[in-house]
Design a protein around this ligand. Structure first.
Ligand SMILES: *[C@@H]1O[C@H](CO)[C@@H](O)[C@H](O)[C@H]1NC(C)=O
Ligand SMILES: *[C@@H]1O[C@H](CO)[C@@H](O)[C@H](O)[C@H]1NC(C)=O
Ligand SMILES: [Zn+2]
Length: 507
């Protein structure tokens, strides 16, 4: 055994003794002091195990039809992200709300032409039930990326579960913390061969005629599915207005003279458009048929930023948006499909700013808890999943309860290493100097915006190809167990809720 490894192991076993000695007999949330006396006995683990097995074995299956389906999509919420979030909540014993759901499965996320997916081809899969090409939304894999003709060829369009609900005379709505025209929510209503065609200028700069190819904003406001949404909440007002108009203090991206927000509002006096949290909270669902809220010109800021800038009255939380959306949709007694995206988990990871990614995960989890508390699980199916993974790893030999954002141990270069690090990303530039790592001991790493180290330099960290979790509760949630292809998910939701053109529980 190399001397160094031996020393390390020796150090580790010493560390363990220290931790165990610090046990106080009760479980507390104190870092490094969370190991209870109970945890040091086999009897404790055996009792816990028996209770867990009995609870699982005795759980009755709900085999009813789902009147409502709520899908929560944690963009880029890998298993590592979930595990790290438990630590951010206090310690290893903590759980995110959806970890208590009775049925858990796993989803394979690759797209037709790529190994590691993006949010466009995946939203085509988990909302439309068809695997697609990288960067394309709501079109089948026969449609090529950026192809103008394919974009308007309706035989190449797929249809989403939001549309299946609408076709069945039920309602649909979408909520996100990103621009509402971003890839994940767009899968519910758009057909586009390039996810970046959010405004008409992007269609023309992409080489297509914007009189023929409708951009994503246009499709949301005037498209078959988008125009019928009962609730639309998110960010991104800039894509809906011409540069001669201003929203949220920012002039629009469009060059076609349109103000799609005014167009949307003018279609009925029972439509309400809102620009900030206070306005959204004041909407009475009994008085309006359709609600459209855009809270920022671009993506909604990170929750941590909103809090630190004291802007909570401007930007609603994902929980507040979700509750308002459920209020709106519940006015349809036939039932509804709601899509809620925690979209900024992905943004935090792309920037290797793990604190943002993990805080957004916790906010996402809170919205799910509030939903569980609010709806009747006898008739409402809740499915929580992610579109793809990320390349953050959770490493090391840190003691129980150690700060997840801190260092885990000492590497062979005699410097500490962080528990969280990335395979690639912008964190590389801040954590390398010629020929060596930057020593974490010399770093100020406590800011929310700290960039965690990455192995390969990339201005934007990439997604990961790992499978992601699927957590389900409510009617027939047990259908979501097993390792499945991502595109199967909407077909299962459709089966359980009796919508779409496939076999259903009711047929
Ligand atoms: C659309 O085009 C504008 C203007 O060139 C650009 O600033 C914006 O980033 C583009 N949007 C996307 C999603 O690529
Ligand atoms: C919300 O918008 C309304 C209307 O534009 C405005 O009067 C109000 O001050 C805004 N509230 C906040 C907190 O920005
Ligand atoms: Zn991403």
């Amino acid at each position: 055994m190399p001397k160094k490894l031996f020393v390390t192991i020796l150090m580790l076993s010493c560390l363990q003794v220290v931790i165990l000695d610090k046990g106080t007999g009760t479980s507390t949330d104190d870092s490094l002091n969370i190991v209870s006396t109970g945890e040091k006995t086999a009897a404790y683990w055996l009792a816990q195990a028996r209770a867990a097995v009995e609870a699982k074995a005795n759980r009755a299956r709900n085999t009813k039809k789902a009147k409502n389906v709520i899908m929560f999509l944690g963009d880029g919420m890998s298993h590592q992200t979930i595990a790290a979030a438990r630590l951010a909540l206090g310690n290893e014993n903590k759980k995110l709300s959806f970890e208590s759901f009775p049925s858990v499965g796993s989803s394979k996320t690759f797209c037709v032409d790529v190994q590691v997916a993006d949010s466009a081809c995946t939203s085509t899969a988990y909302l439309n039930g068809v695997k697609a090409n990288f960067l394309t939304i709501g079109v089948n894999p026969n449609a090529k990326y950026k192809n103008c003709n394919d974009n308007v060829d309706r035989t190449k369009w797929t249809s989403s579960i939001a549309q299946w609900f609408q076709n069945a005379g039920r309602s649909a709505g979408i909520v996100t913390t990103t621009r509402i025209t971003h890839a994940s929510p767009a899968g519910a209503f758009a057909h586009i061969t390039d996810r970046n065609w959010e405004a008409n200028v992007n269609v023309s700069s992409g080489g297509c005629d914007d009189n023929i190819v409708d951009d994503i904003s246009e499709q949301l406001v005037n498209g078959e599915v988008g125009s019928k949404f009962k609730v639309i909440l998110g960010g991104g007002s800039e894509n809906f207005i011409d540069s001669s108009f201003t929203e949220h203090g920012v002039s629009g991206m469009r060059s076609d003279g349109k103000n799609l927000i005014n167009e949307w509002t003018s279609k009925s006096n029972k439509r309400s458009f809102v620009r900030n949290r206070s306005e959204m909270m004041a909407v009475d669902p009994k008085k309006v048929d359709q609600l459209f809220g855009l809270f920022h010109s671009d993506h909604i800021p990170y929750h941590l930023e909103t809090v630190s800038k004291n802007e909570q009255s401007i930007y609603p939380t994902i929980t507040e948006m979700t509750m308002k959306a459920i209020d709106m949709l519940s006015t349809d007694t036939d039932g509804y499909f709601l899509f809620v995206e925690g979209g900024k988990i992905d943004h935090g990871h792309h920037a290797t700013q793990a604190r943002y990614a993990i805080d957004e995960t916790i906010e996402f989890s809170k919205a799910i808890q509030a939903t569980v508390d609010r709806v009747n699980l006898d008739e409402t199916l809740i499915v929580v999943t992610a579109d793809h993974g990320h390349v953050m790893s959770y490493s090391g030999n840190a003691p129980r309860g150690n700060d997840i954002f801190s260092t885990a141990g000492t590497a062979d270069d005699a410097m500490k290493y962080y528990t969280l690090s990335y395979a690639n990303g912008p964190g590389y530039f801040f954590n390398r100097k010629p020929g060596a790592r930057v020593d974490p001991a010399t770093q100020q790493s406590t800011a929310n915006s700290f960039l965690f180290p990455a192995m390969a330099p990339n201005e934007i960290e990439t997604h990961g190809g790992d499978d992601v979790g699927i957590f389900a509760t409510g009617p027939n949630a047990h259908l979501f167990t097993g390792v499945m292809e991502q595109y199967i998910i909407p077909h299962k939701m459709a089966y359980i809720s009796c919508v779409g053109s496939g076999t259903t529980l009711c047929s």
